[in-house]
Design a protein around this ligand. Structure first.
Ligand SMILES: NC(=O)c1ccc[n+]([C@@H]2O[C@H](COP(=O)([O-])OP(=O)(O)OC[C@H]3O[C@@H](n4cnc5c(N)ncnc54)[C@H](O)[C@@H]3O)[C@@H](O)[C@H]2O)c1
Length: 461
């Protein structure tokens, strides 16, 4: 199979041309003939013009590539090595939603031929490829797994917005359904992954490896977030603590922050789901999800509390913790119940949220936790403006019902630096000051502008 592909007798197809599938398809297309398939016709039209709908790749990435784009899965008939890279989200109950994965599998199954290879790159729980996808391939194609067609799993490790770690320079895990397929699959991927491939013994191992990479990050960030909540109550800055602890050789450099997006905030739920099926309760993994999913609301409440404590001392009945530390969070809120004058002041507060995407320097708004901050602030009747140089305002309105502002207007009681895009990192203290009322609050979620502490009221995780 490898030889037929490199000789140009057979073709590679990539199904799902998003953040993962498009760079892979274009990289393969440097060396072999590729068919790119995506259900989204608008995307396909843009791809023909050399435009990446996600804005990650420039036109040069399309130049000289041996690739055609289509929304018609029947063109898969012309491919022998078919890679599936479609989304694997969770539903509103945080359960795996395999709809796109199974739908893409059905499209592939209809045109599957003897001798074909189907490779999965979508992130799934261990066992999903063999338990869920292979039966669909067999049923719709009428072919037999292993005897007639081979299946493999190779998780993607790309990190959108990261210019250092690319598909080419990051070792890729590959797996197959028998020794022969593993070798063939490894050789095909070695064409594009110059750092080399790691041959996993089977698909389950490869699936598990991917999911724990992201679960490990999720749990570690959750620990930092929990510590940040605790240190806030103690009146010490988490980043000062991390800087000090980080001087030890084996202290891991994780820091608190929002965990959103399509991977770290989602993948652990796939593991939790599979564990529950096996009657095991993954306490640590689930706790990590709980802590990280709560951070947007926590940040919004801390912002509100600081605004009120500073601006409305007369109206506010402060509820200090017993040890008298001012910045500890207490349940019950800062207002005495039914304090109408204070609530009136609440409604006049304006907050600017800078950045909406799930992380810096990407346009991806999927599962962004900034939305939780906005909803929570608005639930107090606060006037919130959201700006972001990367996010598409229409998509934000459609997905979240939040109308973004095209620019900051007037002055705000608080500015929340939610996503430190390069544009925001370049701003000076005076730029932020011009956005705030006298005595305004600067919330630096990730603690990347600590030097601002001397300029105005400042809070970070
Ligand atoms: N984005 C990342 O950073 C990243 C990194 C590693 C792994 N992953 C995993 O890779 C997979 C793909 O993620 P992504 O970020 O590239 O998703 P994406 O949403 O950017 O792209 C998926 C593409 O698949 C298309 N699609 C959906 N259903 C289809 C179907 N039935 N047939 C053909 N095309 C279809 C969509 O139109 C879209 O263009 C997911 O499982 C994800 O968890 C993502």
């Amino acid at each position: 199979m490898y030889k037929e592909i490199v000789s140009g007798r057979e073709r590679v197809a990539v199904v799902g041309l998003g953040y993962v599938g498009l760079p892979l398809a274009l990289e393969f297309a440097k060396w072999v003939d590729v068919i790119g398939v995506d259900v989204n016709e608008e995307h396909v039209a843009k791809l023909w013009k050399g435009i990446d709908p996600n804005g990650e790749l420039g036109r040069d990435s399309f130049e000289g590539r041996r690739i055609s784009f289509t929304s018609n899965p029947a063109e898969l008939k012309g491919a022998k090595f078919i890679v599936i890279a479609v989304p694997t989200p969770v539903d509103k109950h945080n359960k795996p939603d395999l709809t796109p994965l199974l739908s893409a599998t059905k499209s592939v199954a209809k045109y599957l031929k003897k001798g074909d290879y189907v490779l999965y790159e979508s992130t799934v729980y261990p066992g999903c490829t063999e338990e869920e996808c292979v039966p669909v391939l067999e049923k719709l194609s009428g072919l037999r797994f292993i005897e007639d067609f081979k299946v493999g799993y190779s998780p993607e490790r790309i990190n959108p917005g990261d210019l250092e770690h690319s598909l080419q320079n990051t070792i890729k895990i590959v797996s197959g359904c028998d020794a022969e397929s593993l070798e063939e699959i490894a050789q095909v991927y070695e064409l594009v992954v110059k750092a080399g491939v790691h041959r996993a013994p089977n698909m389950k191992v490869a699936e598990a490896a991917k999911i724990i990479e992201n679960t490990q990050r999720d749990v570690n960030i959750a620990l930092m977030n929990e510590l940040s909540i605790l240190f806030n109550r103690m009146g010490i800055n988490t980043f000062d603590v991390l800087k000090a602890a980080g001087t030890k050789w084996n202290f891991l450099p994780f820091s608190p922050g929002l965990v959103g997006g399509h991977c770290i905030g989602v993948d652990p739920y796939y593991l939790v789901h599979k564990a529950a099926e096996l009657k095991y309760h993954t306490q640590m993994v689930a706790s990590g999800r709980f802590v990280n999913d709560s951070m947007g609301g926590y940040i919004a409440k801390q912002t509100v509390k600081r605004l009120l404590v500073a601006g409305n001392r007369s109206a506010v009945q402060e509820r200090r913790p017993k040890n008298g530390v001012e910045n500890g969070e207490k349940s019950g809120g800062a207002f005495a119940h039914g304090d109408e004058s204070a609530l009136q002041t609440f409604r006049n507060l304006r907050v600017l949220v800078m950045g909406f995407t799930y992380k810096e320097n990407v346009s991806d708004i999927r599962n962004t936790k900034v939305a939780d901050i906005v909803y929570e602030l608005k639930s107090y009747g606060i006037d919130v403006d959201v700006i972001d140089p990367k996010a598409d305002a229409h998509e934000v309105a459609e997905e979240y019902g939040i109308e973004m502002a095209s620019a900051a207007s007037g002055v705000y009681n608080a500015v929340i630096l939610a996503v430190p895009h390069t544009e925001y990192r370049a701003l000076k203290a005076d730029d932020f000051a011009s956005l705030m009322v006298e005595g305004g609050l600067f919330v630096d979620i990730r603690g990347i502008r600590r030097e601002m502490e001397g300029h105005f009221r400042y809070w970070s995780l």
